[in-house]
Design a binder for this molecule. Structure first.
Ligand SMILES: [Zn+2]
Length: 167
């Protein structure tokens, strides 16, 4: 028994011996599981904001307090950005569907920028408190390289942040 998404459709494969009623029951169950899984992998703005606060508490002593955290789909060359002046953080919708520890890394990165601008040693010391930082950076570099995204040639780092510049 298996299911996968094909564009707008979900293709469910079931053994042919099932009765019509069993079939319908299985399809309902499978669709529910798929929806649950996708919801977990595609957090909403509210989920993202709650997660950011949790990460700040856990790794940054709660010192980074974002005013808002949301998804944006107009960031073609950045995974995330923040505007320290008003405390807003934006994450590229390209990250949606990636493992949660990768999204967490981008959140930690942007949260750390609320405390330290630029990418100096003090910045990386903060970000390094999140244990999967190195692994997540490698993951994002791999994604960028595979997709031939402009990120791959980014000089400084994976999010190519121009701090204080929204968008
Ligand atoms: Zn940065």
């Amino acid at each position: 028994m298996s299911a996968y998404r094909d564009g707008d459709k979900v293709v469910v494969m079931l053994p042919s011996r099932l009765s019509k009623a069993e079939e319908e029951q299985w399809i309902a169950t499978i669709l529910q599981r798929l929806a649950d899984r996708e919801r977990r992998r595609r957090p909403s703005d509210a989920d993202l904001e709650a997660r950011a606060h949790e990460l700040s508490r856990r790794h940054l002593g709660g010192r980074a307090v974002p005013a808002s955290v949301r998804w944006v789909d107009n960031q073609r060359t950045r995974w995330g950005s923040c505007t320290p002046d008003d405390g807003t953080i934006r994450l590229s919708t390209r990250l949606r569907g990636m493992p949660s520890w990768v999204v967490d890394y981008v959140l930690i990165h942007e949260l750390a920028h609320l405390l330290v601008p630029g990418h100096g040693a003090d910045f990386w010391e903060l970000v390094g408190r999140y244990p999967k930082t190195e692994r997540a950076r490698g993951y994002l570099e791999g994604v960028a390289a595979a997709a031939h995204l402009p990120m791959e040639t980014g000089a400084a780092d994976e999010d190519d942040l121009r701090h204080g510049v929204a968008g």
